[in-house]
Design a binder for this molecule. Structure first.
Ligand SMILES: NC(=O)c1ccc[n+]([C@@H]2O[C@H](COP(=O)([O-])OP(=O)(O)OC[C@H]3O[C@@H](n4cnc5c(N)ncnc54)[C@H](O)[C@@H]3O)[C@@H](O)[C@H]2O)c1
Ligand SMILES: [Zn+2]
Length: 366
């Protein structure tokens, strides 16, 4: 089992990852559970349909105070309606400031349940039991949010969990699109931190067909990168922005294609290629590196064709709406080299040139 401690100014909690982490509910986390007057599992409905018995059995010691609230699967749960529904549910069930929430699902469920916990009676404790690979990114760091009709993650709060428990066997039911999604974020953590690790990942032929053991080791490395950054910059004033590598263009791709058509990480993979293209054009990274990532993404069936489905202006419109835009210029995380991210302003002309170059380079790809 892998373990890592996340430390922020006022909080300290463990992230555990392995095949039997839920066994810790009746040992290490017994006090936390028994100190709560009520406990709600807020579960993604798809996850609940497959895996709820496993979690309920692991929580047998607090069976009498446990209730389950299922929410729409995936991104659809990050709505005001589901948020309000959960708050009403907790109130009707007699939850208090001494109650506890357990989020059971991917990043979307974690964001929603985390925001419910952050705001219910001005904040109660929550444990995150993430069920996707991508959640190695989202479950660490305490960012919680819901979407508004005007944009993604527009309403939210920083609220750190009390613990994060990954039970790796749950990944086996993930659709391949979601496996690709989570692994793209893993590659992002490598790109912004470590050249040797990045090269290892890019050379891995079974990248999108990982074993549980490999995932345990690699996700721990990814979580380490995230945890270090969060410890340095909990409220995104400086280095935490590096975690947005691949996200400015990635979010535009995700939005243009329609949320849910492409998984988040698939879009981020395309966004990382775009950022490397910009870095290359600024003379910072080698042409061969951009080439290598394009080939890698193509081999592992990331949907590169998506950039051909929309015009530059369509993507640009979405990028301009992105909250990373400041004073009319676009902010991008680029690389001076692998492991050397930095934030810089990029003009519309540079964005256009990168787009044109990339569409040429990815002609006819997956
Ligand atoms: N808070 C943060 O710091 C942060 C960071 C990155 C991403 N996010 C957020 O995370 C969300 C994306 O998270 P995600 O990629 O985990 O997606 P997700 O939570 O939307 O889940 C993706 C799909 O997989 C299904 N699923 C989840 N676990 C499963 C399992 N074990 N077996 C079968 N199906 C399963 C879900 O029902 C859903 O359909 C986005 O909303 C994004 O904004 C937040
Ligand atoms: Zn992301």
């Amino acid at each position: 089992m892998g373990k890592l401690t996340v430390e922020t100014t006022n909080h300290r909690y463990d992230v555990l990852i392995g095949p039997t982490t839920y066994a810790l509910f009746s040992t290490v986390y017994k006090d936390l559970l028994t100190s709560a007057d009520r406990i709600a599992i807020i579960a993604d409905e798809k996850v609940a349909a497959i895996h709820l018995p496993l979690l309920e059995e692991s929580l047998a010691i607090v069976k009498d105070k446990l209730v389950v609230k299922t929410i729409p699967a995936g991104e659809a749960c990050k709505s005001i309606a589901t948020y309000a529904d959960c708050q009403s549910f907790l109130l009707q069930q007699g939850f208090t400031r001494q109650s506890l929430i357990i989020a059971y699902g991917g990043g979307a469920c974690g964001d929603l349940a985390g925001y419910v916990a952050a705001t219910f009676m001005r904040g109660i404790r929550y444990i995150h039991c993430p069920t996707t690979i991508l959640a190695h990114d989202s479950a660490v760091g305490g960012k919680t949010a819901i979407n508004m009709p005007e944009g993604k993650n527009m309403v939210g709060a920083f609220h750190q969990p009390s613990a994060v428990l990954f039970q790796t066997g749950l990944f086996s039911s993930l659709p391949s699109q979601e496996v690709r999604s989570g692994l793209a974020e893993l590659l992002k953590h490598a790109f912004i931190s470590n050249e040797e690790w990045t090269m290892q990942l890019l050379a891995n032929k079974s990248f999108t067909n990982p074993s549980e053991k490999w995932l345990t080791e690699e996700l721990l490395k990814g979580i380490q990168v995230k945890a270090k950054i969060v410890a340095e910059d909990e409220f995104e004033q400086s280095t935490r922005k590096f975690l947005n590598f691949g996200h400015t263009f990635g979010h535009a791709v995700e939005a243009a294609c329609g949320f849910g058509k492409l998984s988040h990480g698939e879009s981020v993979m395309i966004g990382m290629i775009y950022s490397l293209q910009l870095s290359e054009m600024m003379g910072l990274t080698a042409k061969t590196l951009t080439e290598q990532l394009i080939q890698f993404a193509n081999e592992h069936e990331y949907p590169l064709h998506s950039i051909h489905d929309f015009s530059f202006d369509e993507f640009m419109n979405y990028m301009q709406k992105d909250k990373k835009m400041s004073h009319g210029k676009l902010n991008f995380v680029l690389l001076k080299g692998i492991g050397q991210p930095f934030v810089t302003e990029v003009t519309r002309e540079q964005c256009l040139r990168a787009f044109q170059e990339l569409t040429t380079r990815t002609e006819g790809m997956s």
